[in-house]
Ligand binder design. Structure first.
Ligand code: SF4
Length: 387
């Protein structure tokens, strides 16, 4: 299988969004944040492209102005604010990063990295590294971010993207594998003017294979459950998503009167500290029946949303599991059949055995509950977006 890094990231953020993009091939209009990020990236490439005369700040701002695309903004005020933000980002960046101070090895460097082996299957991950510098000690791999929120240092130390970029770099320069401590990987948060840097150990890079292959396995097994998150605010597939599509059904106000009334009443009930539990349960039942009938996971009322979430636990068919693990001498390692012990031995099993273990999994319990949000809670979603 061939997957781009952006596809991998999309799957990790929301498997259903990945399916819409990569499997169903549904085109998603670029968000204003994506367009903004692309323009800023292109100006930074312009700044650092080796040339007899390094571009001045004025030239960089001129480049930004010429590349500007304001089509995605709701109105002039919003567009002006974004443009001003872009000018500030470039000016701050230029002030801190004189192009003459860096030795650029490559800009927007494309890679196609092979991961896996004959037994587990070979897969290719492709992507683009924003910048590779030679430093006095070794090298620095840099990815620019226009996201509003910065991650913790711990997250940077375990960031999958940086590990993949480093592996791609080592694929091109294998001799550098002996000097991992001299290769820095960095995420440059442009809105904040802060660069968060880290290094990787050999063990961390080896673990990348496990993480990557696990994701590929989930994709191949068709696991595409949606994940509700602040990133939904920027998702172009809301009209198709079971969490959001009810919001866009125009006729719902007339046709779904019972559901609308139920939403209003269920919100009021929550505010009264769930005093009338019997009525509350009846309303849940009404709404669940409604969602089931409509094949949606959330219903939208004028003052809020009611969503369905399913909790499912799994157990294993002991006889089938024994058949798989006894010949491999792994049966005694799991005194009790539980998911944690199994997960511990799964990575060392051959692919065919892993598939057989997966096939031995049967649903144990499933329960449905409702999450309730008032409209003002929805507006409180964080507006950060990755790029
Ligand atoms: S709206 Fe959210 S949950 Fe639905 S597909 Fe998009 S990112 Fe996933």
């Amino acid at each position: 299988m061939r997957i781009s890094y952006s596809g991998l990231e999309a799957y990790k953020n929301c498997p259903l969004k990945y399916r819409f993009q990569a499997i169903d091939k549904i085109r998603e209009p670029k968000s204003k944040e994506q367009i903004f990020g692309t323009i800023v990236h292109s100006v930074l490439r312009y700044i650092h492209t080796p040339a007899p005369m390094q571009p001045s700040l004025d030239a960089a701002l001129n480049q930004f102005s010429q590349s500007w695309n304001g089509d995605a903004y709701a109105d002039e005020t919003e567009e002006r604010a974004a443009f001003t933000q872009g000018v500030k980002i470039i000016s701050d960046y230029y002030a801190k990063n004189n192009p003459a101070d860096f030795t650029i090895v490559d800009l927007e460097s494309r890679f196609a990295l092979e991961i896996g082996d004959e037994e587990n299957g070979k897969h290719v991950i492709a992507g683009i590294i924003d910048r590779i510098d030679a430093t006095p000690d070794g090298f620095e791999i840099i990815d620019y971010k226009t996201a509003r929120k910065m991650p913790s240092q711990e997250k940077v130390d375990n960031d999958l993207q940086l590990s993949i970029y480093l592996r791609a770099f080592l694929d091109r320069y294998p001799k550098e594998t002996a000097h991992l401590d001299r290769i820095t990987v960095s995420l440059y948060y442009l809105r904040h003017g802060v660069k968060l840097s880290s290094t990787r150990t050999r063990e961390q890079l080896e673990d990348l294979d496990r993480q990557f292959l696990e994701t590929i396995r989930n994709i191949e097994e068709g696991k595409f459950d949606p994940i509700l998150s602040p990133l939904c605010d920027y998702c172009g597939f809301q009209r198709l998503c079971p969490f959001w599509k009810h919001k866009f059904q125009e006729e719902k106000a007339v046709e779904d009167e019972e559901a609308q009334t139920s939403i209003e009443e269920i919100l009021a009930l929550r505010d009264r500290m769930k005093s009338d539990k019997t009525r509350f349960a009846a309303l849940q039942e009404t709404l669940l029946r409604y969602m089931e009938g409509k094949q949606i996971d959330r219903v939208f009322g004028s003052s809020g949303i009611v969503g369905k979430s399913i909790r499912r636990t799994w157990k294993y068919d002991e006889d089938k599991l024994r058949e798989v693990l006894v010949p491999l001498d792994k049966w005694d390692e799991i005194r009790k059949i539980d998911g944690t012990a199994l997960r511990g031995i799964l990575p060392v099993l051959p692919v065919s055995a892993r598939k057989a273990v997966e096939a031995a999994k049967i649903p144990d319990k499933e329960s449905v509950s409702l999450s309730i949000k008032k409209s003002r809670d929805i507006e409180e979603f964080d507006d950060s977006v990755a790029s």
